[in-house]
Design a protein around this ligand. Structure first.
Ligand code: THU
Length: 129
């Protein structure tokens, strides 16, 4: 399965009773494995988690490290290619390598290829002092 198909599979796992807006993220690891993440909402709205963070936290929880990450593909049923929220950009900034290929897409096939430095210029990280 290619990375966009993987992201679509991730999207099917979304739990979105409130927004009804499904988002999927597929992280491609250097060993060829794909880790899926979906957005998981909650009746206490701010506690919901975005697809990108679900996928990244899952990858790390399974023992993968930053340097094991090769690409991230994010998909939603949006008018334009999905755009990650600010919180997810900050989390990606710390947890993925700078050269990770980030693909933003939608079900219409609109595609943007980008990087974390493009999504979050002048990001805040471990070297903040
Ligand atoms: N959402 C994501 O999962 N990722 C994004 O990149 C944008 C927004 C989710 C959060 C919430 O469950 C729903 O989309 C509507 O904002």
């Amino acid at each position: 399965m290619n990375k966009i198909e993987e992201a679509k599979k991730a999207m099917e796992k979304a739990y979105v009773p409130y927004s009804k807006f499904k988002v999927g993220a597929a992280i491609e690891m250097t060993d060829g494995t794909f880790i899926h993440g979906a957005n998981i909402e909650n009746a206490s709205y701010p506690l919901g988690n975005c697809a990108e963070r679900s996928a990244l936290f899952s990858a790390y929880s399974q023992g993968y490290k930053k340097e094991d990450i090769k690409s991230i593909t994010i998909i939603a049923n949006s008018d334009k290619a999905i755009s990650p929220c600010g919180a997810c950009r900050q989390v990606m900034y710390e947890l993925i390598p700078k050269n990770t290929k980030i693909t933003l897409t939608n079900l219409e096939g609109d595609i943007k290829e980008t990087t974390i430095d493009e999504l979050l210029p002048y990001g805040f990280d471990l070297d903040h002092d």
